[in-house]
Design a binder for this molecule. Structure first.
Ligand code: HEC
Ligand code: HEC
Length: 278
């Protein structure tokens, strides 16, 4: 197989036609094929290069641009745009390729996937970005799990927009990654409807929080703290009883009859093995 370098693979993987032609008009057609072996890696190097970005600036963009394509779109784009801007001088082709990403595809994540209230779109966009930039599976999963637990267990939203009037903004611990549960709990606390501007503002701030946290985790990973052979930086450890439920019920467990690591007791009563026997 002919080996191609990272630049060529970057072009080949996902670049828009404009970027391809600008890069190398004569080879544009040949390079327009994705690397079938592993589009994430080229000669042991991440094809989609991550560089350090400013988490607060990422959060600000996610907040400011939320109206363009909602939660998933804004989180993913804020992260990729920042990486592209950081690469502008050292690797303009990589920067241009990132800017040519078909971001519009992430409109689907709004309101938990086409409005069905499933996985929170902010998380969905963040997980997509983590998967774009981190090719090592173990590391990717460690970062993703930490982000998910942050989302479930933190009093959110934390983000304060620059023009905020300083009034306290309602915050909830979602205990769930589902848009349905997460937004529903917040609406109940805030005493507003799900179609209200207040609920939109909450999700805009939440998207900023998730974007910031993701940039922080990716920066830590870049600093080598999450390398495959080093214990991942895990801030949020598994909690009980979910960890015990998962050990039996999830894939690979003795019972092994479900797939999932969401907080079980959000929907099921606290079923210890003893309860099961009754
Ligand atoms: C030691 C292993 C073990 C642990 C720990 C465990 N379960 Fe189970 N669970 C079982 C087995 C075995 C069954 C019966 C499976 C069957 O009937 O096919 C069961 C059944 C269930 C069922 C089916 C309905 C019912 O009442 O029988 C639910 C729901 C469930 N478990 C949830 C949980 C939750 C939530 C936790 C954690 C709080 C948990 N389980 C912890 C082994 C376990
Ligand atoms: C968002 C709500 C929700 C969460 C979170 C959730 N479940 Fe469930 N679970 C359900 C529903 C709904 C069903 C299907 C209805 C039923 O069988 O009662 C189900 C079914 C199950 C069953 C099969 C029950 C049966 O009758 O055989 C098991 C076992 C189970 N869940 C365990 C878990 C464990 C363990 C966790 C945590 C890792 C978990 N669930 C998290 C909602 C949830």
């Amino acid at each position: 197989m002919t080996r191609i370098n990272r630049r060529e693979a970057l072009c080949a993987a996902f670049a828009g036609a404009g970027a391809l032609l600008a890069a190398n008009p004569s080879r544009a057609v040949a390079l327009a094929l994705p690397n079938p072996d592993d589009p994430a890696m080229v000669d042991g190097v991440e094809a989609w290069k991550y560089v350090e970005i400013d988490p607060q600036s990422v959060a600000n963009q996610a907040y400011d641009d939320y109206h363009i394509g909602h939660c998933m779109h804004t989180v993913f784009k804020a992260i990729v745009d920042h990486v592209a801007a950081a690469l502008e001088k050292s690797d303009p082709l990589a920067a241009r390729t990132m800017r040519a990403f078909p971001f519009h595809m992430f409109h689907y994540g709004a309101s938990g996937g086409n409005g069905i209230g499933s996985l929170c779109g902010a998380l969905n966009g963040a997980l997509a970005a983590i998967n774009l930039f981190v090719s090592n599976e173990k590391t990717r999963k460690a970062i993703s799990t930490d982000l998910i637990r942050f989302y479930e267990r933190t009093l959110l939203p934390e983000y304060e927009p620059a023009d905020s009037d300083g009034k306290p903004f309602p915050k909830t611990i979602s205990n769930s990654v589902l848009c349905h549960i997460s937004s529903g709990k917040w609406c109940e606390l805030a005493q507003v409807k799900s179609g209200s501007p207040e609920r939109s503002e909450r999700c805009t701030r939440l998207a900023a929080d998730v974007a910031r946290k993701t940039a922080e985790l990716l920066n830590l990973n870049l600093a080598g703290l999450n390398a495959a052979d080093v214990a991942p930086v895990v801030t949020f450890k598994p909690t009980e009883p979910t960890a015990t439920c998962v050990a039996c019920h999830d894939k690979g467990g003795d019972t092994g009859n479900i797939i999932g690591k969401m907080t079980c007791t959000e929907c099921h009563s606290d079923k210890t093995p003893d309860h099961h026997e009754k």
